[in-house]
Design a binder for this molecule. Sequence first.
Ligand SMILES: Nc1nc(=O)c2c([nH]1)NC[C@@H]1CN(c3ccc(C(=O)N[C@@H](CCC(=O)O)C(=O)O)cc3)CN21
Ligand SMILES: CC(C)C(=O)C(=O)O
Ligand SMILES: [Mg+2]
Length: 280
Amino acid sequence: MKSTAVFKQMKGRQEPITMITAYDAPGGKAAEKAGMDIILVGDSAGMVVHGYDSTIPVTLDDMVMHARAVRRGAPGTFIVVDLPFLTYHSSIESTFTAVRRLMQEGGAQAVKLEGGDEATTETIARLTASGVPVTGHIGLTPQSVGVLGGYKVQGKTKEAAQRLMEEAQGLEQAGAFALVLECVPGELAARIAMHLSIPVIGIGAGAGIDGQVLVFHDAVGWGDNFVPSFAKQYTNVQTQIDEALENYVSDVKARAFPEDRHTFSMDASVLNDLGRGASS
Ligand SMILES: Nc1nc(=O)c2c([nH]1)NC[C@@H]1CN(c3ccc(C(=O)N[C@@H](CCC(=O)O)C(=O)O)cc3)CN21
Ligand SMILES: CC(C)C(=O)C(=O)O
Ligand SMILES: [Mg+2]
């Protein structure tokens, strides 16, 4: 399994870091098989798996369950798990409890927290000082969708861009081992990555950074959800699923399934005995 030190070395030798989300054992297994550097058990689970229209309803119990499943499927891959909405804001004690559960019960190597404000940066400093590897996440932070007013590109004005650069630096100083940058102009993301010694992993942040992350369901075209313009669909499994289920329905209606090869049988003698027994 790779380590936080390896990710920093990869940045040093300009080897791109690959990350994808996963929410269950088969997803984790597929990611590990493909040689993914890092798996993110993202709270995007709320949207692509649970059918919510934001990540706000996702609970700590949900994330623990997803993490455990992914860990079983990907025993040898570095796993980062999202701390869900409002589980790292009310007190440092409750933050530690949430992190402990994700690492001890979920099997996470690291956690990810959204935000680069002073309070979140201080929380990250406390966690890293206690031995918790932390990934930061700034730019579009979906848990703040209500305040941001929608899922929009961030850092387009001079003030917003400067704030993101300062937040990124603050997170590095707080001890974060990596930073996710979501939905920011490519030029700004590249500049942030250049000024940091920790790897910057982007989603909708262009190619000029240290790594990329995609949501599993976007990458494989699973589900009828909206797919952000920055995502690349490498295949479309939904059309295959739709076709398969339509064929199943029509097979059963036409009595074309199950066939003999899908059906168990028993010895004729047993059947004969059974017949006599039942009739006598
Ligand atoms: N399926 C999925 N993919 C994701 O990448 C993703 C999630 N869900 N859920 C959690 C967050 C939310 N994300 C989102 C969701 C929507 C947009 C979006 O509507 N983007 C517009 C650009 C808006 C603008 O122009 O300002 C787009 O066209 O991509 C972006 C990121 C990224 N994350
Ligand atoms: C989009 C990524 C970075 C994420 O936080 C998630 O999948 O929840
Ligand atoms: Mg997330």
